[in-house]
Design a protein around this ligand. Structure first.
Ligand SMILES: Cc1ncc(COP(=O)(O)O)c(C=O)c1O
Length: 450
């Protein structure tokens, strides 16, 4: 039998054969993972890592029920959705039960980017308008159409298209209107209204407000409740639709609700919802849910929507199995329970370590905002980088988000447990304490002190 390839050999081959814009985590010392189970990943030497970031392996890496569902359907049939198959309709029906009644028509695709691209087409077809309002620092996918509506990407490329408008992130910690504002939801929604008015003056017409229900790349932000309702009013008055990107945050992650947009209140319903990442627990599936009126406007062109792999029987069997596991293992309730515990532990650390400026989140979607100073809340970018590097040396995988790359993001598989939460917070405490000591000792050689 051939010798297994060493990590360094794999790295050398990857550097030679794969585009260098495909980045590795910890690029100076990348990890080679050969298997995973639940919330744990294992390297080529059998070393176990605690995974605090993989929101794709939603019900746990390689969940046996999901693997079994895929295997059984693979042995029977896999083909495109031009044939009748029960998996497709069963799956659409199951998803519809998780959503408000109005969102009753489904399209199946292969990736979050495909879902968002279709959402954009639906919105434009329905409204006959072109323009899109997005939040600053947002990321909605890697297709050309989505780079155009992702400030996180287009700011480093050719820039903002004339049909794209950027609204401020409704961030009450470091944004325009903060926790001391009497009505941040209205103030942030009024910013969107101003953008619409300004666009109208230029003769432009709004097709959609496109937003992540909880902006993740923007820094694990929890928009103030009521903001979406107010924005939706403005956008609807302008003839546009509201698109909620649930690609990172859907499927029970926020605990209290199945969908993160529901955190805004029962009176809020988007016109289009896009789903991806956790939907297939690692298998490439995505979905767009919308209203009958929007779907009918899309169909009225007479142009077929065909997606070779979208909605195939294997994908749908997997999607159904993921929903079954969420229910059977009470993962939504667990996200609340473990998430609350993790938040409590992190807030205790906030009292102890001045570098922790804010701890925010809901369920198993939590951000820890690291700052250099209380007055300016300057992002502690280098310190955040150092912390996650040291965590990796302790076999804990964590990452950062936000324009300042200073927000620790927790989005673990939903089987994450109390002991995992305790372990990661104890380790963060230990590392921050060390970093503070290094700072006190003025070890100028260290780049890692707080
Ligand atoms: C919020 C959000 N939308 C869309 C996408 C694109 O999804 P995909 O990478 O599956 O195309 C991502 C991916 O990171 C995302 O985070």
């Amino acid at each position: 039998m051939a010798q297994p390839r060493s990590r360094d050999q794999t790295l050398a081959l990857r550097r030679r054969l794969v585009g260098s814009s495909c980045k590795l985590f910890f690029s100076n010392d990348p990890v080679k993972i050969v298997r995973a189970r639940g919330q744990y990943m294992y390297d080529e030497n059998g070393k176990q890592y605690l995974d605090c970031i993989n929101n794709v392996a939603h019900v746990g890496h390689c969940h046996p029920d999901v693997v079994k569902a895929a295997h059984e359907q693979n042995q029977l049939l896999n083909t495109n959705s031009r044939y009748l198959h029960d998996n497709l309709v069963d799956y659409a029906e199951r998803l519809s039960k998780t959503l408000p009644e109005k969102l009753c028509i489904f399209y199946f695709l292969n990736s979050g980017s495909e879902a968002n691209d279709l959402a954009l087409r639906l919105a434009r077809q329905f409204t006959n308008h072109e323009d899109v309002i997005v939040l600053d620092d947002a990321y909605h996918g890697h297709l050309t159409s989505l780079i155009d509506i992702s400030p996180y990407k287009f700011r480093n490329l050719e820039g903002q298209k004339e049909w794209v408008h950027v609204a401020p992130v409704p961030d009450t910690y470091r944004g325009l209107y903060r926790e001391d504002h009497e009505d941040a939801a209205t103030a942030y929604a009024d910013e969107v209204k101003n953008i619409i008015d300004h666009a109208h003056k230029r003769g432009r017409k709004i097709a959609a407000f496109f937003v992540e229900s909880l902006p993740s790349v923007g820094g694990q932000i929890i928009p103030p409740a009521g903001y979406f309702q107010k924005v939706a009013q403005h956008v609807h008055s302008a003839g546009g639709v509201f698109i909620a990107d649930e690609i990172q945050v859907g499927f029970g992650r926020v605990g209290k609700h199945f969908w993160a947009f529901q955190l805004q209140g029962e009176d809020f319903i988007p016109d289009i919802v896009t789903m991806g990442k956790p939907i297939g627990n690692g298998h490439p599936i995505a979905c767009v849910a919308t209203t009958r009126a929007i779907a009918e406007a899309f169909a009225a062109t007479g142009v077929e929507y065909f997606n070779t792999f979208g909605g195939n029987p294997v994908s749908c069997a997997i999607g159904l199995a993921v929903l079954d596991v969420i229910e059977k293992e009470h993962l939504q309730a667990r996200a609340s329970e473990v998430g609350n515990f993790l938040m409590k532990l992190l807030k205790e650390q906030q009292i102890k370590h001045p570098i922790i400026g804010d701890v925010r989140g809901c369920g198993l979607f939590i951000g820890v905002d690291l700052i250099k100073d209380q007055a300016e809340r300057t992002p502690a970018t280098a310190e955040a980088e150092c912390l996650i590097t040291r965590l990796k040396e302790e076999f804990i995988l964590l990452s950062t988000d936000g324009p300042g790359r200073n927000v620790l993001k927790f989005k673990p598989p939903m089987c994450f447990n109390m002991e995992d939460a305790k372990l990661v917070v104890d380790t963060i405490d230990k590392i921050l304490t060390d970093m503070e000591k290094e700072h006190l000792n003025q070890k100028k050689t260290s780049t890692c002190s707080t």
